[in-house]
Design a protein around this ligand. Structure first.
Ligand SMILES: [Zn+2]
Length: 375
């Protein structure tokens, strides 16, 4: 008998990266964690059964306990060329120094599930001038940034010898680490993250040059319900918090510090966009229903946050394959004659052409991954 179902419960993949927290994802998925393993990410969309169409995106729940590397993702054009170059050089796909693992770009959108902190793009000129002046250990960069020369500034901090990095940053760290340890710094401030980074990443007495980036980039504080888009060339690093993330299917990451992983400064400097960024935090675009669509320029994915109120339903058509993640509350999803009940932590898929009717006896929050409708 042919399966006439339109919605299917699916299971994601858990990733135990060492930067992950130990409680948020296990509690959300309602699974025990007796060994106190780090649960960093829960991936949806990458491991779909072959009866379903492949989706061009990956949706992730993340628990960032330890800060992640400073990184930049390449454009699709660059990825295509460089992937072939690395193939031609015979660099194995799984080699630690392989930069380009596929031919795709990796635009990303995050939507926090808690208070969330990240580094996102270079500070605007006024803010940059201010911090280079106010933090005395960064005064030596003021002259370089005359004329808002982002390239000169960033190239300098990424290429000065390691001994100079140590010498330049030592007095800064001697000043801020005691304040950090005494709980006197707040998370909206660069000093907090610089101190934490120095305690996390200093190897063999060397100071991580990524600490410069903490001061040159925007430190952004975000809240649940908001979202932020990051396109090719925009330097960023996740610092702390829980988030829902969606991205194009790719593993192309160029790293610039705050990581024990492979760093390729030359490649990074070639693909960073040397321009100021004013963080464009999306509040959620209300489309007249209870679905808040986070509109971005990405053609690979669309994320929305659906609030279902008691006795107030919503019907959502799936133009292509849609993936849903139930974050809060118990919901009923009905397509044609089929009704399924889902609890927090459950994920399901709606096949193309389906209209899913949601209802709940309580307030519920559901995230939807889909592709933007283009007509
Ligand atoms: Zn990224």
């Amino acid at each position: 008998m042919e399966n006439s179902n339109k919605i299917f419960k699916i299971k994601g993949l858990i990733k135990h990266y060492d930067w992950g927290g130990k409680t948020f994802i296990p509690q959300l998925l309602n699974i025990p964690n007796p060994d106190k393993k780090p649960f960093a990410e829960y991936w949806l969309g990458s491991n779909l059964d072959e009866q379903f169409e492949k989706v061009p995106y990956l949706m992730k729940v993340q628990d960032v306990e330890k800060m992640l590397s400073i990184q930049v993702h390449p454009s699709k054009e660059v990825a295509r060329i460089k992937y072939k170059e690395e193939n031609a050089k015979g660099i194995p796909l799984d080699a630690p120094h392989r930069n380009y693992k596929d031919e795709n770009h990796k635009p990303e959108l995050l939507s926090p599930l808690s208070e969330f902190y990240l580094l996102h793009g270079f500070k605007a000129p006024v803010a940059m001038d201010k911090i280079l002046k106010e933090v005395s250990e960064l005064n030596f960069l003021q002259q370089l940034f005359k004329g808002a020369d982002y390239k000169a500034l960033y190239t300098k901090v990424m290429t000065i010898p390691q001994e100079e990095v140590n010498e330049r940053l030592r007095p800064l760290l001697e000043r801020i680490v005691p304040l950090y340890n005494a709980g006197k710094l707040n998370k909206g401030n660069e000093d907090f993250w610089a101190a934490r980074a120095s305690l996390t990443f200093n190897m063999n007495g060397n100071t991580d040059r990524g600490i410069f980036s903490i001061y040159l980039f925007n430190v952004v504080t975000m809240h649940p319900g908001q979202a932020l888009f990051q396109d090719a060339g925009l330097p960023h690093a996740y610092l702390e918090g829980y988030t829902m993330e969606i991205m194009a299917n790719s593993d192309n990451v160029l790293r610039g510090g705050l990581t024990p992983k492979y760093i390729d400064v030359k490649e990074l400097l070639e693909h960073v966009k040397y321009e100021p960024t004013v963080p464009d935090v999306i509040a959620g675009h209300s489309s007249g229903t209870l679905e808040e669509i986070f509109v971005t320029p990405a053609t690979d994915f669309q994320l929305s946050r659906i609030k279902i109120k008691k006795q107030e339903g919503i019907a959502i058509p799936a133009k292509k394959t849609d993936i849903y993640f139930v974050y809060k509350g118990n919901v009923d999803a009905t397509a044609d004659e089929q009704t399924e009940h889902f609890s927090p932590g459950d994920a399901f898929l709606a096949v193309p052409g389906t209209v899913v009717h949601f209802g709940s006896e309580e307030e519920a929050v559901v995230y939807r991954a889909s592709e933007p409708v283009t007509t």
